[in-house]
Design a binder for this molecule. Structure first.
Ligand code: NI
Length: 226
C-alpha cells in the first residue's frame, strides 16, 4: 500500500526544519548506501550524526507521534531516525530497492525496513523533476507532494528519483519497522480501521461496532510483534 499523509508538518514546522538543515554542512549522499544503490545514487545528504540532522529529525519524530493516520497506516514498532537529502543540478537516484535491515548508528538497534517514508520539504513549484517513482504490480506511481506532506510505501518496492533539473528538492527520508510486517495484512487492518471509524461517525457505538472493533484488535493481537 502507498499512503499519503497530508500536512504531517504545517508551513511553520517545515520552515523551522529548513532553517536548521539548510544552515548545516551537506556531504555526498552515498554514505548511507548499500554497494548496489551507491552506483545509482547522486544526491547530497546531511551526515546521520550531525546535530542538525538529529535536531530536525526529532521534530519529524514528534510530528509522527501526533499523527493518527500515520499510526493507523504504518502500525510502527521502530522508526529509523530521519535523514535528509537534497537533489539539485540534475542529481537523481536510479532504480533500486532499499536495504532490508538497517543499524541505527552508534546503537545496537536494528530496524527491519518494512516501509519507506519521504517527507517533502520543498514547494513543488520551486523545482522541476525530482519525482519519486515507485513500481508495484499495478505499474509505476509518480509522487511529488506539497511541502510538509509524507508518502509511505513498501520498502520492498523498486523505486527511483528522477533528475532535478531546476531548483533543489529537499526531503527527509527514513524507514519504519511495522508491528505487522506483511504489507497485505497491514493494508487490511488499515481498511478495517477506516471502515470502523467511518461507521462510528455515522451510527455511533452500536453493539455491532463493538464487535467489529474487537475483531480489529484481535487480528492485530494475532499479527503484531510488539
Ligand atoms: Ni530508496
Amino acid at each position: 500500500m502507498m499512503l499519503r499523509i497530508p500536512a504531517l508538518l504545517d508551513a511553520s514546522g517545515v520552515a523551522v526544519i529548513r532553517g536548521i538543515i539548510d544552515a548545516a554542512a551537506w556531504t555526498d549522499g552515498n554514505v548511507t548506501s548499500g554497494s548496489q544503490s551507491a552506483q545509482a545514487k547522486r544526491n547530497m545528504q546531511l551526515p546521520e550524526k550531525s546535530p542538525a540532522a538529529r535536531q530536525a529529525g526529532d521534530l519529524i519524530m514528534a510530528a509522527l507521534e501526533k499523527n493518527g493516520l500515520f499510526f493507523s497506516g504504518a502500525l510502527p514498532l521502530k522508526i529509523f531516525p530521519p535523514l535528509f537529502n537534497r537533489y539539485e543540478g540534475g542529481m537523481n537516484f536510479g532504480t533500486h530497492i532499499d536495504n532490508s535491515v538497517r543499524f541505527v548508528p552508534g546503537t545496537p538497534v536494528r530496524v527491519r525496513t518494512d516501509l519507506s517514508a519521504t517527507v517533502f520539504l520543498t514547494d513543488p513549484a520551486d523545482y522541476d523533476g525530482g519525482e519519486l517513482v515507485v513500481q508495484d504490480t499495478f505499474g509505476q506511481h509518480s509522487v511529488k507532494l506539497a511541502s510538509g506532506d509524507m508518502i509511505l510505501y513498501p520498502a520492498s518496492s523498486r523505486h527511483h528519483v528522477t533528475p532535478v533539473t531546476r531548483g533543489a528538492r529537499v526531503s527527509s527520508f527514513f524507514w519504519i519497522q511495522s508491528m505487522v510486517r506483511d504489507d497485505g495484512a497491514r493494508t487490511m487492518l488499515f481498511d478495517l480501521d477506516n471502515a470502523i471509524q467511518g461507521l462510528r461517525r455515522k451510527v455511533g457505538d452500536t453493539e455491532e461496532l463493538i464487535t467489529l472493533t474487537g475483531f480489529y484488535h484481535n487480528l492485530l493481537r494475532r499479527w503484531a510483534d510488539a
